[in-house]
Design a protein around this ligand. Structure first.
Ligand SMILES: [Zn+2]
Length: 505
C-alpha cells in the first residue's frame, strides 16, 4: 500500500482535544507518513521539507475525526425498516434465529461501504465494528467487510460477533414459552463450535490485523456473555489478552438481561463476567444500562471502557444508562451509533447531542449534567481508548495518527460563534464537514468521497436489496410467527422487581 503524501493545513482554527486542550485561533497542521508531524502557529512555515499538498484552512476548523465506538455494519441494510421494538423483539428481525444460507460476500462488501461512506462524509474517521454474520461466519464474509474498509479508507477495528448457543438458552422463560416444534427448529439451526470460530479469528488476525499501514485492526467479541459457550468465551478472552485486542461485550442492555442474570447465573451479568476472570481493561462494555453500584465498582476496578449508545437505547426503549455514576467512578465512556436499524443513521454528531441532553433527566442537580468538553472527549479519545489506541488517536498531537475533520465555520451551526465546543455538540450535525482525512490521506472533499464510486455503490445496493426481497419477506414472516412468545417473555421480565429502574415510569 502507498504511504500518504505529506500535506499541511494552513491557517485554520485548530481544536486539538489534546492533554493541554489546545485551541489555536490560527495554526497549521503538518502531516507526514500518515502522522501529525507538527502543529501550531507557523508550523508549516517552519517545516524543513517540501510538502506535497497544502490546504487553505482559513475559515475552517481542524479537529480530530470522530470515532464511532460501537457499530454493527451488517445492520446497514435495514435503516428505517423496523417499527419501535424492544431489543429482544428487534433481534428476531436483525439476526433471525432460524436463518439458513449465508452472507453473500458482494452484499457484505457493498453493505459495509454504505455505512462507511456516510461516516466519512460526516467527519467520522474511525469505526469499531462488531460485525455479526447470519447465520454463521465464514472467511469470505469477513474478507468482504475488511476489504470494503480497506478500499474506502476509513480506520476500522472489526470483530466477529458470533453467538454459539441455542437461541432459547439466551433468554429467561423462553424455553417453556415456545412450542416444542419451534424449540426443535432452534436446536437444528446452524451454530459454530469454538474451534471453528477460533480458526476464523486466526484468519482475521493473520490477514487483517495491522493491515493498510495499521489502519485496519482486529477485535474480539462474544456479543454478550449469555450468548456464547463458556469455552468459546474463554478462548476469546485468551485471544484478547494474547494480542492485546479490544473485547466487545454487550452487558445489561435491557431489564430482561438483569432478570436473565439472576435466573441463569444467580447474579448480575457484570458480576458473572468478573467471576469468570474476563473483566479487564481491554473490555468495551456496551450499553451498561441495568447495572447497579456493585457493577459500576467492578467495571471501574477492571478499567473497562463503557460504550454509550443513547440513540439506540431510545429507539429500543432500553432505558437510560447511569452516565454520571459511571463517570464519577472513573469509568471512561465512548460513544456509538450502534447499528443502522437502531439509529437509522451513523451520525455520531446526533449521538453526541443526545448524550448531552438525555442525562438531564437523571438529576435536578444541573452540576451533574454532561458538559460539552466531556462529550467531545467521549466522541474522540474515549473511542480511541476502547480501540486500544489511547494517546495515538482521537486528538491532534505530534506523533499521533493524522485523522482529521475539517469543518466550515461559515455555516448556520457556527454563526454566530459563541462557544465552539458547545456548538460542536449542540448545533453541528455533520453538515459543516468539508474534508475528512484518515491516516494523512484526504478521503472526502468537495462533497465527494475520493476513494470509491459512491453512486455506483448506492445503485448496486438498491439492486442487491431488490434481489433479496423474497428472503427478507420470509424472515419477516418467521419473526411475526415467533413474536407472541417473545412478547410474553419481554412483558414477564418487565414486570419483575430487579431493585432498580432505568425507565421514566
Ligand atoms: Zn450493539
Amino acid at each position: 500500500m502507498s504511504v500518504a503524501a505529506s500535506l499541511a493545513i494552513l491557517g485554520a482554527r485548530v481544536l486539538a482535544l489534546d492533554d493541554a486542550d489546545h485551541d489555536w485561533a490560527n495554526a497549521d497542521v503538518v502531516v507526514e507518513g500518515g502522522r501529525i508531524a507538527a502543529i501550531g502557529p507557523d508550523a508549516a512555515r517552519n517545516w524543513p521539507r517540501p510538502l506535497a499538498r497544502t490546504i487553505d484552512g482559513r475559515g475552517l476548523l481542524a479537529m480530530p475525526g470522530l470515532i464511532n465506538a460501537h457499530f454493527h455494519s451488517p445492520g446497514n441494510l435495514m435503516k428505517g425498516s423496523l417499527p419501535g421494538y424492544p431489543l429482544e423483539i428487534f433481534m428476531l428481525h436483525e439476526v433471525p434465529p432460524l436463518a439458513s444460507g449465508g452472507d453473500a460476500s458482494r452484499l457484505a462488501y457493498v453493505r459495509t461501504m454504505i455505512g462507511a461512506l456516510e461516516m466519512l462524509r460526516r467527519g467520522i474517521t474511525a469505526v469499531h465494528d462488531d460485525a455479526y454474520h447470519v447465520p454463521v461466519a465464514n472467511v469470505e464474509g469477513i474478507d468482504a467487510i475488511m476489504q470494503a474498509y480497506a478500499d474506502v479508507g476509513i480506520r476500522a477495528t472489526v470483530a466477529i460477533d458470533q453467538p454459539n448457543i441455542v437461541e432459547y438458552e439466551k433468554y429467561p422463560y423462553l424455553a417453556e414459552l415456545l412450542p416444542a416444534e419451534e424449540r426443535r427448529a432452534m436446536n437444528a439451526a446452524p451454530r459454530q463450535s469454538t474451534e471453528e470460530l477460533l480458526v476464523l479469528y486466526a484468519h482475521l488476525i493473520d490477514r487483517w490485523h495491522g493491515a493498510e499501514g495499521g489502519r485496519l485492526a482486529a477485535a474480539v467479541s462474544c456479543s454478550a456473555p449469555q450468548r456464547v459457550t463458556d469455552d468459546y468465551f474463554a478462548g476469546l478472552s485468551d485471544l484478547s489478552k494474547r494480542h492485546d485486542l479490544p473485547f466487545n461485550i454487550h452487558i445489561l442492555e435491557t431489564k430482561l438481561q438483569r432478570v436473565l442474570g439472576r435466573e441463569k447465573f444467580g447474579k448480575s451479568l457484570v458480576q458473572h463476567v468478573h467471576d469468570l476472570g474476563f473483566l479487564d481493561e481491554r473490555m468495551m462494555v456496551i450499553h451498561a444500562i441495568w447495572i447497579d453500584d456493585v457493577d459500576i465498582r467492578l467495571l471501574a476496578d477492571a478499567r473497562c471502557t463503557v460504550a454509550h449508545n443513547p440513540v439506540c437505547n431510545l429507539r429500543l426503549g432500553s432505558g437510560v444508562m447511569p452516565y454520571r455514576a459511571l463517570r464519577d467512578a472513573g469509568v471512561p465512556i465512548c460513544l456509538g451509533t450502534d447499528e443502522m436499524n437502531t439509529d437509522d443513521s451513523v451520525n455520531l454528531w446526533f449521538v453526541a447531542k443526545t448524550a448531552a441532553l438525555l442525562h438531564t433527566l437523571a438529576s435536578p442537580d444541573y452540576a451533574t449534567w454532561p458538559q460539552p468538553a466531556e462529550i467531545l472527549h467521549a466522541a474522540t479519545r474515549g473511542g480511541a481508548r476502547a480501540m486500544r489506541r489511547e494517546g495515538r488517536l482521537g486528538q491532534l498531537a505530534v506523533g499521533g495518527e493524522a485523522d482529521i475533520a475539517l469543518l466550515d465555520l461559515d455555516t448556520v451551526a457556527f454563526t454566530p460563534l459563541n462557544d465552539l465546543k458547545r456548538q460542536l455538540v449542540h448545533c453541528e450535525d455533520g453538515a459543516s464537514v468539508r474534508a475528512t482525512i484518515v491516516a494523512g490521506r484526504v478521503v472526502y472533499e468537495h462533497g465527494r468521497i475520493t476513494t470509491v464510486d459512491e453512486a455506483a455503490l448506492r445503485a448496486e445496493m438498491r439492486e442487491l436489496m431488490a434481489a433479496g426481497r423474497a428472503q427478507q419477506q420470509a424472515a419477516a414472516r418467521e419473526a411475526a410467527r415467533l413474536e407472541p412468545y417473545y412478547r410474553q417473555m419481554v412483558m414477564r421480565a418487565a414486570s419483575e422487581d430487579v431493585g432498580m429502574n432505568r425507565w421514566l415510569n
